[in-house]
Design a protein around this ligand. Structure first.
Ligand code: ZN
Length: 158
């Protein structure tokens, strides 16, 4: 009836890149580096959904050797992941995710992230939880070298 999955992702912060989290373009001095738009939150959530169904990860589904995914909107990729899960007979029960970033302050953007993710997942915003925390200036997120995200997804048989 139910299957649970976990996802984890990290991207490096660099100058000259946009900071996209949960499809929200967040004004900041640095952004995340990656083959796609480097939306670390979207990536962790997709890996959680795929993990729940033991379908591998997004690197397997959307290889970074494929130029068609260069600069890709990760929410478009998420739409495809949701489709793949639906084909396997599963829809989203709920998702809970945590973004770990020292800066900028993410609280003002959380609702927009949840709305974006719920829209592409074709579910209610109450099924999508996004939280943000810092690691108290410790480690690579604390030193603002990168941003990481964890997610769990409960998938439900249709
Ligand atoms: Zn990623």
């Amino acid at each position: 009836m139910f299957r649970i999955g976990h996802g984890y992702d990290v991207h490096k912060l660099v100058e000259g890149r946009k900071l996209i989290l949960g499809g929200v373009d967040i004004p900041h001095t640095v952004g995340l580096l990656g083959h796609s738009d480097a939306d670390v939150l979207a990536h962790a959530i997709m890996d959680a959904m795929l993990g729940a169904l033991a379908l591998g990860d997004i690197g397997h589904l959307f290889p970074d050797t494929d130029d068609s995914f260069k600069g890709a909107d990760s929410l478009k990729l998420m739409e495809k992941v949701v489709e793949v899960c639906r084909h396997k007979g599963y829809c989203i029960g709920n998702v809970d995710a945590t973004v770990i970033a020292q800066a900028p302050k993410l609280a003002p953007h959380i609702i927009s992230m949840r709305e974006n993710i719920a829209r592409v997942c074709k579910c209610d915003i109450s099924q999508i939880s996004v939280k943000a925390t810092t690691e108290e200036h410790l480690g690579f997120t604390g030193e603002k070298l990168g941003i990481s995200a964890h997610a769990v997804a409960l998938m439900q048989k249709i």
